[in-house]
Design a protein around this ligand. Structure first.
Ligand code: 5GP
Length: 131
């Protein structure tokens, strides 16, 4: 069965897309730890990120770098934090999180609950900065 992220990439489940190319898809996390929290996912369905081929992983980081630049331009923050957890969804992904202080990246706190309209507006802002 396809992972939830494969179903998002296929458009079967709606998402707030930020960027996409042939190999990767970036969209807003539905329960962000900070405004603009984005997930970068390979279209290839692999559970564990370090099982990706070296060259795919390299291109994924290059794609994430461009997404991070767009986030940095769109969301007031000091920089973009990067983390990999992967305990909830068995489809490799990178979390890119706009941060100003360390607790902004803390996953143990209560998550934000933005409305669909707020998510759409944030995604649009980031998308417009993506080059
Ligand atoms: P992890 O697997 O890295 O522990 O966490 C998975 C992340 O994916 C969580 O931050 C969670 O909020 C996000 N997530 C899970 N299901 C969905 C979904 O259907 N849509 C979106 N946009 N994000 C999701």
């Amino acid at each position: 069965m396809a992972s939830i992220f494969s179903r998002i990439i296929a458009g079967e489940i709606p998402s707030h897309k930020v960027a996409e190319n042939d190999e990767f898809y970036a969209f807003l996390d539905i329960n962000p730890v900070a405004k603009g929290h984005t997930l970068v996912v390979p279209k290839q369905e692999v559970d564990y990120i370090f099982d990706l081929d070296d060259d795919v992983l390299g291109r994924m980081m290059t794609f994430a770098k461009r997404v991070a630049a767009a986030q940095q331009a769109a969301i007031p923050c000091k920089r973009i934090g990067l983390t990999v957890i992967g305990l909830e969804v068995p489809h490799a992904h990178i979390h890119l999180i706009p941060i100003t202080q360390e607790p902004d990246m803390y996953f143990g706190k209560e998550k934000l609950t933005p409305s669909q309209e707020e998510l759409a507006e944030t995604a649009k802002k980031i998308r417009e900065k993506y080059k």
